[in-house]
Design a protein around this ligand. Sequence first.
Ligand SMILES: Cc1cc2nc3c(=O)[nH]c(=O)nc-3n(C[C@H](O)[C@H](O)[C@H](O)COP(=O)(O)OP(=O)(O)OC[C@H]3O[C@@H](n4cnc5c(N)ncnc54)[C@H](O)[C@@H]3O)c2cc1C
Ligand code: SF4
Ligand code: SF4
Ligand code: SF4
Length: 387
Amino acid sequence: MEPYTVCSPAQCAGCMACVDVCPKSAIRISDSVEHMDALIDGSLCIRCGQCHQVCQVNHPADFRRTIESWQGWASPDIREGSSSGGFASAIMRAFVAGGGTVASCRLEDGDFRFALARTQEELEGFAGSKYAKSNPSGIYRSVVRELEDGSTVLFIGLPCQVSAIRNFVGRRKSGALLERLYTIDLICHGTPSIKILQQTLRDYSYDLNDVGRIWFRRNTEFGLCTDFRRLVPGGCTDAYTMAFLGGICYTRNCHSCRYATGERVGDLTLGDSWGTNFTDEESDGISLALVQTQKGRELLDMAGLKLREVDYANAVANNRQLRHPTEVTPERGKFFSFYERTGSVRKAVLAVWPKRAMKQRVKEVLVRIGLISEGGVAHLCDWPRFG
Ligand SMILES: Cc1cc2nc3c(=O)[nH]c(=O)nc-3n(C[C@H](O)[C@H](O)[C@H](O)COP(=O)(O)OP(=O)(O)OC[C@H]3O[C@@H](n4cnc5c(N)ncnc54)[C@H](O)[C@@H]3O)c2cc1C
Ligand code: SF4
Ligand code: SF4
Ligand code: SF4
């Protein structure tokens, strides 16, 4: 018998909106690593239909066209702690300073959980791209409560999550609540299950539950770094970064993602300004900002950001995720089949790209035993630019 699922089998994005809305706690997310499903327990379900109503996979997305596009970077202190130009952090700070509430995610007990922040201190941990599925469970209800209390809320997340919060508020509550909801969606390459990250850390003798902070990149330099310690020395590439940038470890639904397009679901879209004319600034990270609505414009204005003109066509040409989802390659199938067999991300990456992975391991060993310096191999990093 087919499992009773909220959306089509294996197409779930794990956005958790259905879990939040269910009055009977009848929904459980099954994560097979290769794909996800929201499974309904038929013995608890009262057929109220609310889960189907909020699920963004079950409805056409409410896309808006970009009316303005900009690039730039925030002040040095903000940019330093951010993933690209720091626009998201600058806007979060300004939003909270103006009395609003921000909803976004940070590492907590081995998972990237969403939380509300009403003060500058509570924004701690939000900065930085987390290249894995984040967990918005509980945030939809919290945002609605906050809006009902009269606050303005800024939700920052992946496009599928932004689409979900807009459904959650807009389809079930009054339009007045939606007016106080501001949204920023990130341009998105795809996301792996959190289990892939947890296993990678175990492969390198770490435990994500014990990690206080984790970085996936620093501006244009990619590589996993936990509590200020890189998993592999500078200039070498860890197995997670290889699998993520190579697009072989995302859940199945991400490869047909409807949000990988020039039309966007957020009031404002943020990403990297690749192929920019500000080449001197590129290594410190440059944000790309696509404005879809007046609210999106307000967000940029309130942060007092210096905006630079960007050639929109060039930005799109240099950012695949504004044109189409990441393609499925034969390597993806091989990765999951080896992962299932060995339970190791490192071994699965080695099986997919034996020469590249072996080269990274040799470099790693040579740096560790002091035969070459970290700086000496930095230029050897042979991974494609993310875009
Ligand atoms: C999975 C993923 C894939 C991406 N793919 C691309 C891409 O292909 N092309 C491109 O141009 N840009 C991509 N980005 C966006 C880019 O990495 C930066 O996040 C974006 O440019 C914002 O940078 P910033 O310096 O303004 O943000 P920061 O100041 O560093 O703040 C980042 C904000 O994003 C939120 N965030 C980070 N990770 C997640 C997550 N997993 N789920 C929900 N919210 C999150 C944080 O909580 C914070 O609010 C991706 C981001 C993610 C998380
Ligand atoms: S139909 Fe209603 S009760 Fe049943 S799983 Fe969906 S939200 Fe829960
Ligand atoms: S609402 Fe989100 S978690 Fe639930 S089935 Fe749809 S995509 Fe999956
Ligand atoms: S690729 Fe699409 S479905 Fe996958 S995490 Fe990104 S926005 Fe969500």
